[in-house]
Design a protein around this ligand. Structure first.
Ligand SMILES: Cc1ncc(COP(=O)(O)O)c(C=O)c1O
Length: 429
């Protein structure tokens, strides 16, 4: 591959480096089709009943998928749910949060991590992120702990684990619980163990965009028997079941229908068998891409911390405009014009969403922030998370690796486009 300065950027009227769309990621094959068909033919598409008894825990495929997940991730309990948003809601409720309790969460995440906190009328408190992994920065967590803090919601964003040893140490010191939102990082390792399995509760999304999926869905994991029981109850109409079950602590036993169906679980069983292979192929694609982009001054490719692996849901890059002399936005425009797919410069800074900026959530009068369950003024002002905001405003470019199959030829084309843009930085200035 030779990229010459004379190759004019598409943004400035030249030919695009990438003409054809990249092949879209599709993890579903003949095995999933056969598994789904068998369930449909059985006529039993769900076996859950919303009362305590033999069908409270669902049907055969739900149970089989859950036992498979327990074996795969090496946890005592895996609990399927109809989305990971539902899983996060069940997790926060199971911890026994009281209305007004504070939970520390990252702003660099999908909104559901924080909304699950809001669901229980608890208060999200946003701490800043580590500039290399984009996950919660333990120092910022400590700085945001107050007498009202109950838990930490750590998100393994983009495919790399947060610094869970440091976060668990803070939690132990301050007697806090920790939830891992590992929606985007199934199969990533932290010190030899699966991300998501190292905190009080963790789990994975099975939505359509994830490494493995069931259309919609999620898997909660925990090694704590009591938390597992409470999450199974919240999943399935808790209030109707706790009496017959003889549960003494009925706090937050407000149930939902968060049940995943038999078809989805049959598909999940097949998908789980393929997870390691999918993660492996993304790691190989990312390694080729990072090798190709090495040496482009002012461009940082994803950082993988020692004794960790990355499962590359996203491929996070950082552009240093002091080095390139060109704004991140201008570089982004040039890359997009040259045909690079799946790029973005924005990632939710969740604290800046209108709900937090205006503090309007339940009804129109500012509940919960204006009620007396909220025991102090919590700020969501721009400036509270300078690292996350700076990445968003100035230096971040993300590539949605999850959307593409990523053949070697496609990666090489992408590298060519980046090299062309870097060879033409002068023309962009
Ligand atoms: C970090 C994170 N948390 C939570 C969710 C919500 O998961 P789901 O779409 O399965 O409800 C997502 C979904 O993309 C996510 O990326």
């Amino acid at each position: 591959m030779t990229v010459r300065k004379s190759d004019t950027l598409a943004l400035l009227g030249g030919r695009k480096s990438i003409e054809a769309p990249f092949q879209l990621y599709n993890s579903i094959g003949a095995e999933e089709v056969a598994a789904a068909k068998a369930v449909v033919e059985s006529g039993v598409l769900s076996k859950f009943l919303g009362r305590w008894g033999s069908d409270f825990l669902g049907g055969p495929k739900v149970k089989e998928f859950e036992r498979d997940c327990e074996a795969y991730f090496g946890v005592k309990h895996a609990i399927t749910v109809n989305s990971w948003t539902s899983g996060l809601i069940a997790a926060v409720g199971a911890l026994g949060v009281e209305p007004g309790d504070e939970i520390i969460v990252t702003p660099w995440t999908m909104c559901a991590s924080a909304t699950a906190i809001m669901h229980w009328n608890a208060i999200p408190v946003f701490a800043d992120i580590d500039p290399e992994t984009f996950c919660l920065d333990p120092k910022s967590i400590e700085a945001n702990i107050t007498p009202y803090t109950k838990a930490i919601m750590s998100v393994d964003i983009g495919g790399h684990s947060a610094d869970i040893d440091a976060i668990n140490a803070i939690a132990r010191k301050h007697k806090l619980k920790v939830i891992s939102d590992t929606a985007q990082a199934p199969g990533a390792l932290y010190h030899g163990k699966y991300a998501g399995t190292l905190t009080d509760i963790g789990g994975y999304s099975l939505n359509y965009h994830k490494h493995i999926h069931t259309g919609e869905g999620g898997i909660l994991v925990t090694n704590d028997d009591a938390l597992a029981d409470r999450m199974r109850l919240i999943r399935n109409h808790a209030e109707a079941a706790v009496g017959d079950m003889g549960l003494a602590d009925i706090s937050n036993m407000i149930g939902h229908n968060f049940r995943l169906g038999e078809i989805e679980c049959a598909i999940g069983i097949e998908q789980l068998k393929k997870l390691a292979g999918f993660v492996d192929s993304r790691q190989r694609a990312a390694a080729r891409l990072s090798e190709g982009l090495k040496g482009l001054a002012g461009l940082r490719t994803p950082v993988v911390k020692p004794d960790c692996t990355h499962s590359y849901y996203m491929y996070f890059m950082v552009v240093d405009d002091a080095v390139t002399g060109v704004s991140r936005n201008r570089i982004f425009e040039a890359l997009v014009a040259d045909g690079v797919p799946g790029l973005s410069t924005t990632f939710a800074n969740v604290h800046l969403l209108p709900m937090y900026q205006r503090k309007i959530a339940y009804g129109s009068r500012g509940f919960p922030w204006t009620s007396d369950i909220c025991r102090r003024e919590v700020s969501y002002a721009k400036g509270i998370c300078p690292v996350a905001e700076g990445l968003h405003d100035r230096s971040y470019i993300g590539f949605q690796m999850c959307m593409h199959q990523m053949s070697d030829a496609e990666i090489d084309l992408m590298v060519e486009a980046f090299q062309k843009v870097w060879a033409n930085l002068d023309a962009l200035r």
